[in-house]
Write a protein that binds this ligand. Structure first.
Ligand SMILES: Nc1ncnc2c1ncn2[C@@H]1O[C@H](COP(=O)(O)OP(=O)(O)OP(=O)(O)O)[C@@H](O)[C@H]1O
Ligand SMILES: [Mg+2]
Length: 500
């Protein structure tokens, strides 16, 4: 080796040593005191980590569970919040134990996210917290990681410092508390799909709808009542007789006839149940929702406008969503009180699937357009005060002229008549002229879009197919005449065709 080369080698050795010292210094500088605290607590670094994950909707329930668990008798818990700058990758208890691959960490009180825990209530939930625990099980640590946007969508709890069996037992303990203290139990919950493809649950308070405010033929509402509510009333007798309580009810009929209105009435009658309300994209997540419904039973799961997604396919699934939905209904525990209510205005879209998977939807009820007496009751319900001065003859004429319209059409008619009266300075007294003018206007062919929005269809209201305005007997579109469909046997009205 020449003198030059020797010098270069010595320089390289010095640089390399400086580099090693620098990395050591950096790593020491980045190891925050919490790591020593953890090592000291556990008495070493060589511990296996046992973890369990939950869906993000359980974050609030896990916080409730942990708040109770950490205060139980005989348990001493120190909570250390860990936060790192944004965009640093997340880490687990394994990295904390080894000190490798950690982002810069700040310790203190845990950062929290405020999550809904009831109607108008929130609970501060830890984003990330290290729990140093001492209890009769031993001396161990828990790391609670809330969902990390774009990285770890789930909530994860990791345990180190006790053997695997003990760690599993304590995770099960926390899970049992999570289920017992579940904030969604017995509430009305709107289920939506979030941008990340997961579920989001929000509490709603729906004003209850009284039975007398649901204007439907008594036999129709009676059948809805018996199937939806009667089974719950006799739950124990049915269970004792080995009968299942799980049931599916399909409400079908044209837009604006009161399917959603009936659902609201039903869920108001079940304040004891967890009521999960889904429509649109959220219907794709029906399997996960059925799991929630089972855990939170008694439950009512409302699946609105199922025809809109019936034929879509779930990501990575060959089966249409409707099949997934029916499978989810079938997978439910037979003895838990579960009611699935489906609504649609295109029963024929569902029919093939329902025929192929019998037993899921066991009653189908047609919510048809109101007949004459029902229209008179609707005028009374929505116009009682403002129509008080309307002569009987005019009232009867309005009922006649509105043959074939829906309940929501009548509501709109009254609103327009009140508006016309208000423009003349007498909003509390609608005249015959106001109401007939509003009706002429609504029935005007040129308003076909408005008419179909109100569920009238494109025909003239008084252009009925028969005299009393009853729906015309005939095959439901898409149903082969004379074919025998198991679930249709329960729905004598199902073979009537809608009038538009
Ligand atoms: N049978 C009814 N009795 C009393 N009010 C009704 C009835 N049907 C509809 N209404 C009134 O009309 C409004 C709209 O009806 P609703 O949303 O229940 O219709 P729908 O059948 O669910 O229609 P869509 O198929 O478009 O969802 C209701 O909020 C209610 O005020
Ligand atoms: Mg509806």
């Amino acid at each position: 080796m020449t003198g030059d080369q020797q010098q270069q080698a010595q320089q390289f050795a010095r640089d390399f040593q400086a580099f090693m010292e620098w990395t050591q210094e950096v790593s020491e500088r980045r190891n925050p005191p919490v790591i020593d605290q953890l090592h000291e607590h556990l008495g070493g670094t060589d511990h296996s980590v046992i973890s369990r994950e939950w869906s993000p909707v359980e974050h609030v329930n896990l916080q409730r569970a942990l708040d109770v668990w950490r205060r139980q008798d005989g348990r001493e818990v120190t909570v250390v919040g860990l936060s790192s700058p944004r965009h640093f990758s997340s880490f687990g208890l394994g990295e904390l134990l080894s000190g490798d691959g950690l982002p810069p960490l700040r310790t203190g009180s845990p950062d929290v996210i405020d999550l809904a825990s009831g109607p108008g209530q929130t609970l501060a939930c830890w984003k990330r917290a290290l729990l140093l625990v001492r209890d009769p099980c031993g001396t161990y640590a828990l790391l609670v990681n809330g969902p990390q946007p774009h990285e770890e969508p789930d909530v994860r709890i990791e345990v180190a410092g006790v053997d695997t069996g003990a760690a599993q037992a304590l995770l099960s303990d926390i899970d049992r508390l999570r289920s017992e203290l579940n904030v969604f139990r017995g509430q009305s919950i709107v289920v939506e799909s979030n941008r990340m493809g997961g579920l989001s649950l929000s509490f709603v308070q729906l004003p209850p709808v009284a039975r007398e405010d649901v204007i439907l033929p008594e036999e129709v509402l009676g059948r809805v009542d018996r199937h939806a509510l009667g089974i719950t009333a006799h739950a124990q007798t049915l269970r004792d007789a080995g009968q299942h309580l799980k049931r599916g009810l399909l409400l079908f009929g044209p837009p604006g006839t009161g399917k959603t209105h009936t659902v609201r009435y039903l869920i108001g009658r079940r304040p004891d149940a967890t009521r999960l309300l889904l429509q649109g994209e959220a219907l794709h997540s029906v399997s996960a929702v059925a799991g929630l419904a089972r855990e939170l039973a008694p439950s009512v799961v409302v699946l609105e406008d199922v025809d809109l997604v019936a034929e879509d396919r779930e990501y990575g699934q060959h089966n249409p969503v409707l099949f997934a939905l029916l499978e989810a209904m079938d997978g439910s525990a037979a003895d838990s009180d579960l009611l699935f209510v489906l609504t649609t205005n295109r029963a024929e879209v569902l029919e093939r699937a329902l025929v192929q998977r019998p037993g899921r939807v066991d009653v189908a009820v047609e919510i048809a357009r109101p007949d004459g007496p029902a229209r008179a009751r609707l005028l009374e319900l929505y116009g009682a005060d403002v129509l008080a001065g309307l002569p009987e003859d005019d009232r009867a004429r309005v009922v006649d002229r509105t043959d074939g319209v829906t309940a929501s059409f009548l509501k709109e008619l009254i609103r327009r008549a009140v508006l016309a009266a208000a423009e003349e300075g007498r909003a509390d007294r609608v005249s015959a002229h106001d109401i007939h003018t509003a009706l002429d206007d609504l029935l005007d062919q040129s308003q076909s879009v408005t008419r179909s929005l109100l569920g009238l269809g494109d025909h003239e209201a008084d252009d009925t197919d028969d005299e009393d305005g009853a729906p015309v007997e005939g095959p439901t579109p898409g149903v082969a005449p004379g074919a025998s469909y198991g679930w249709f046997a329960y729905a004598p009205h199902a073979r009537r065709r809608y009038r538009d």
